[in-house]
Design a protein around this ligand. Structure first.
Ligand code: S3P
Length: 445
């Protein structure tokens, strides 16, 4: 696994996991292809693993989270080989009914997507399995998945009534249900759709606010006749998933952190090639444009059922905005970045309806409030979001990642335009989604 903590001119590693980011507002210029999309990479590995044949995957993200999914699928009997370039993989699908009982506990590491999607896949298997994760994941809510799966007939035991990992799954026959998740969560929806591939009858998920639909798109691409209407998706057990070639686009969530640095450092212009532009993921582009960002999308095309294009971003004078309602699930993983960028906008930015941020890899509302305040930002923590008074100057500080990759990257972005140096402790967690993040940022400055 490549290391994420670069040690170029821009950032230097003084302890294993501490990175120093120089401020000063140097411009970013150049071209970069962001790493593969994390959500799509997880799905390619999981669905490829139960497809009927060999799936060739290009552009796979080899980050810590996706490696957790790869190791889990291997433990279930799937052969996956990585080619020399590290971004191509060949997956020998075992078919929907070809998985085998894992001998060991499956460790999802830091990855909520691995844990929750696998619970959906494992619940209907004719074997026993145990899932756990690192200390951050073991503190995150799992009842949102174990409860609806139990309604389908799954037998899952775990800490706090199967609210917390580790959980033990005693596979059994499931029946389809109609379910309306109380929270906007693509992981919950995807877990139920995976279980629905095996459940008797029809499994229906009715979303209140639409969330990323990569599972639906990949299932359709593999030949599954999903029925989708408005915010409802229905699946019945298919005979098989066709083996396919998958080209994973660049991750817009990773790209967003580079775009944020471009916007706030005068004289910057960067081209990001091959970025995934699924409309349920592009909230960050819409929000940043509302703030005044000069962001252009060119060469939009469809690849393997997902829209892809090149993004050109230029430094821009920004104004504060309100982010709320259906903006939130479309921007969920980029809200820490929006908060960082908002410090450099004129006026007030309000992020609300975003209580989900409190149950991510860390409590991202508390973490961003603390770290931006340490850099001198005027930021107020609310139960369901943040209020940021922009326009002030930030100064370098000693900051913590809180063990969260998106917090580490947000602090680094703010640090580029601050005065002086910022020390980020626990910066190696960027490997979770963006290995080489600090080197990439440096290469553009
Ligand atoms: C993801 C869904 C989102 C997102 C996460 C990836 C996915 O989580 O925050 O980074 O791949 O389905 P929720 O489903 O908990 O909102």
């Amino acid at each position: 696994l490549p290391s994420g903590s670069g040690n170029g001119r821009f950032s230097s590693v003084d302890r294993d996991d501490t990175v120093v980011v120089e401020g000063g507002g140097r411009p970013l210029r150049g071209e970069v292809t962001p790493p593969g999309d994390k959500s799509i990479s997880h799905r390619a590995v999981i669905l490829g693993g139960v497809s009927s044949g060999r799936c060739a995957v290009r552009g796979l993200l080899l980050s810590r989270d996706v490696v957790s999914t790869i190791e889990a699928m291997r433990a279930l009997g799937v052969r996956l080989t990585l080619d020399g370039d590290g971004v191509s993989a060949s997956i020998e699908g075992v078919g929907l009914h070809g998985l085998s009982e894992p001998e060991q506990v499956i460790d999802a590491g830091n990855s909520g997507t691995t844990a929750r999607l696998l619970m959906g896949l494992l619940s209907p298997q004719p074997f026993f399995s145990v899932l756990t994760g690192d200390r951050y994941l073991r503190a995150r809510p799992m009842g949102r998945v174990t409860k609806p799966l139990s309604l389908m007939g799954a037998r899952i035991a775990g800490r706090a009534g199967a609210e917390l990992l580790p959980v033990a799954v005693e596979g059994r026959r499931l029946r389809g249900i109609t379910y309306r998740p109380p929270q906007a969560s693509a992981q919950v929806k995807s877990a139920l759709l995976l279980a629905g591939l095996y459940a008797e009858g029809e499994t229906v998920v009715e979303e209140q606010v639409p969330t990323r639909d990569h599972t639906e798109r990949m299932l359709s691409y593999m030949g599954v006749a999903l029925r989708r209407r408005d915010r409802t998706v229905c699946v019945s057990p298919p005979a098989r998933l066709n083996a396919v070639e998958v080209h994973v686009p660049g991750d817009i969530s990773s790209a967003a952190y580079l775009i944020g640095a471009v916007l706030i450092n005068e004289g910057s212009e960067v081209v990001l090639r091959g970025v995934g532009l699924n409309p349920l993921r592009t909230g960050v582009i819409d929000v940043l444009r509302r703030m005044g960002a000069r962001i252009e999308v060119v060469g939009e095309r469809l690849e393997c059922g997902e829209p892809v294009g090149d993004v050109v971003a230029k430094s821009s004078p920004l104004v504060g905005v309100t982010v709320e309602g259906s903006d939130v699930p479309r921007t969920i993983d980029e809200l820490p970045l929006v908060a960082a960028v908002a410090c450099f906008a004129r006026g007030t930015t309000v992020i609300r309806d975003a209580a989900e941020l409190r149950v991510k890899e860390t409590d991202r509302i508390a973490a961003m409030a603390a770290e931006l305040a340490a850099m001198g930002a005027r930021v107020e923590e609310r139960e369901d979001g943040l209020v940021i008074e922009g326009g002030g100057r930030l100064r370098g500080a000693r900051c913590s990642s809180h063990g969260d990759h998106r917090v580490a990257m947000s602090v680094a972005v703010a640090a580029t335009a601050a005065e002086g140096e910022t020390v980020i402790e626990g910066a190696d967690c960027v490997d979770v989604s963006f290995p080489g993040f600090f080197d990439t940022l440096e290469s553009l400055r």
